[in-house]
Design a protein around this ligand. Structure first.
Ligand code: FES
Length: 101
């Protein structure tokens, strides 16, 4: 396996027992995972790995994604915001205005 240059985690709202229950799930976070993967592929943005994860404990700002190694957190995701984030990343811009603190 080739290690990714960057790893993006998108909240899947998973709890300790494996159930997906939480704000990000209620706001359709799972479909955003597929959308993000598709957009990265369509844009030829190689070097990214995308994974779903458990609750990131920022539920009030969900759905959430985090990009590493930068350690950047983005919230209130929808397809339009993902497009804006990927547009910025393509230009080596961190889309600071879309990040949460
Ligand atoms: S359910 Fe996504 S941050 Fe908590």
């Amino acid at each position: 396996m080739k290690k990714p240059e960057r790893h993006v985690f998108i909240c899947g709202s998973f709890r300790g027992n494996g159930e997906s229950r939480g704000v990000c799930e209620k706001k359709d976070g799972h479909s955003l995972l597929a959308y993000l993967e598709g957009e990265l592929s369509d844009r030829g943005m190689d070097g990214y790995m995308v994974s779903s994860c458990g609750c990131l404990k920022a539920c009030g700002e969900g759905p959430i994604l985090v990009r590493y190694p930068e350690g950047q957190w983005y919230g209130h995701l929808n397809e339009g915001r993902i497009d804006a984030i990927l547009d910025a990343w393509s230009d080596d811009d961190d889309a600071v205005q879309l990040q949460i603190s």
